[in-house]
Design a protein. Structure first.
Length: 388
């Protein structure tokens, strides 16, 4: 095999997607060391630090539009870019690929037709190619348009293999898109091997006791598969207040705090708000990663983390760093079930004192048992190799 093309969102500002892509490339390289592994970003990006619709000032207005209007805008945006910018380079990238991997991350989801539109336009260029769908997350909630577009992707691309990253996604792929259940493997998230994929980026020492992964709670709720009440969204505090209160509670116990994000623009704005309110806070640092290796390095320099973002938790777990998660979507809940750590999963905005107690307990106990992690890493590597 000469060339493997991974189609996902490797250059997303949410750097967890880049960690997934790099980990998937690492796994593919273990099986085919002579192969050239390349990336195709289905959002049309060519590198990091590129502008995106989500990060612009219009995002707040976009959130308030009716669902049908948001979907129409996103589809029109993708169609315009496909015709004017994406089609020619995508065709060139696909032309000499021996294998096309579509996967890693929550690609089969329907938020205003975003991924359904991109997958559909990609599929128009995949006819006749050998395509494998690997370790995707698949949601249960779909609009009629989203279901139709992904259905066309499956028809055009005609994948020869399917794997989802958890059993619930496999059920959704079968129930919604009628892919036969026996044809769907379950291969856990590729980022579980990020310790190996990013081995040269790991920090040599623990600079912080607790890393707090700052997120925009409003943006999380907008993208959640739960109903708002399921995620525990009832709170009087803003995102900035929530994370500040948690940090204050931990600093009172003497903990060294790192505020960081996964890189998403909406999360970075919350971090900037916190930093502006307490620029000289003792025992706290504020850092925004720019690339996936930055994210892995920051997390590796923490003794424990607290995070809503799925891949902050997955990276920490891969690095054997204990984490406390906050549940805003079924994919987060699924990961904590998979790893047997639901005791450390809270709702969207728990009381800071409850979180503090859990974090301090993890700092005391550490997490020396790697057996479950090594089992999952073996499943990821063996399962991906079987598919490709």
């Amino acid at each position: 095999m000469k060339k493997i093309l991974i189609c996902a969102v490797p250059f997303s500002d949410n750097l967890g997607d880049g960690v997934i892509a790099a980990s998937l490339a690492h796994i593919a390289g273990l099986k085919y060391p002579e192969a050239r592994v390349e990336f195709l970003d289905i959002a049309g990006r060519h590198g990091f630090d590129e502008d995106n619709l989500r990060g612009g000032g219009a995002f707040g207005v976009f959130q308030k539009l009716p669902a049908f209007l948001r979907s129409a805008i996103v589809f029109a945006y993708c169609l315009k870019n496909y015709l004017q910018h994406w089609r020619t380079p995508w065709r060139a990238a696909i032309a000499d690929a021996d294998l096309v991997i579509v996967g890693g991350g929550q690609l089969f989801c329907d938020v205003a037709l975003n991924f359904p539109s991109k997958l559909y336009f990609l599929s128009r260029l995949l006819r006749g190619k050998r395509v494998a769908v690997v370790s995707v997350g698949v949601t249960a909630k779909w609009s009629r348009g989203g279901r139709a577009l992904v259905g066309k992707f499956l028809k055009n691309a005609a994948p020869v293999f399917f794997a989802t990253r958890d059993a619930e996604s496999a059920k959704n792929l079968h129930d919604v898109f009628k892919v036969p259940r026996p044809a769907i493997a379950v291969v856990p998230d590729p980022a579980l091997v990020c310790e190996r994929a990013f081995s040269e980026e790991l920090a040599a020492e623990k600079k912080w006791d607790v890393g707090i992964c700052v997120s925009s709670l409003d943006a999380l709720v907008m993208n959640s598969e739960y109903r708002s009440t399921d995620a525990g969204t009832t709170t009087a505090s803003t995102s900035a207040e929530f994370f500040s209160n948690l940090a204050d509670a931990l600093r009172a116990e003497g903990a060294r705090i790192l505020y960081f994000t996964n890189g998403a623009a909406e999360d970075n704005r919350v971090l900037a708000e916190i930093s502006a309110q307490q620029p000289a806070a003792e025992g706290a640092s504020f850092l925004v990663p720019k690339r996936p290796d930055d994210l892995v390095e920051l997390i590796s320099a923490c003794s424990c983390i607290a995070a809503h973002r799925l891949h902050a938790n997955i990276v920490a777990y891969s690095l054997n760093i204990p984490s406390v998660g906050m549940n805003w979507d079924k994919k987060v809940e699924s990961f904590f079930r998979l790893t047997g750590r639901t005791d450390y999963l809270f709702d969207l905005s728990p009381r800071p004192d409850d979180l503090k107690a859990s974090v301090l307990k993890l700092l005391r106990e550490k997490n020396p048992d790697r057996r479950r992690l090594e089992e999952l890493q073996g499943e990821v590597i063996a399962g991906t190799h079987a598919l490709i």
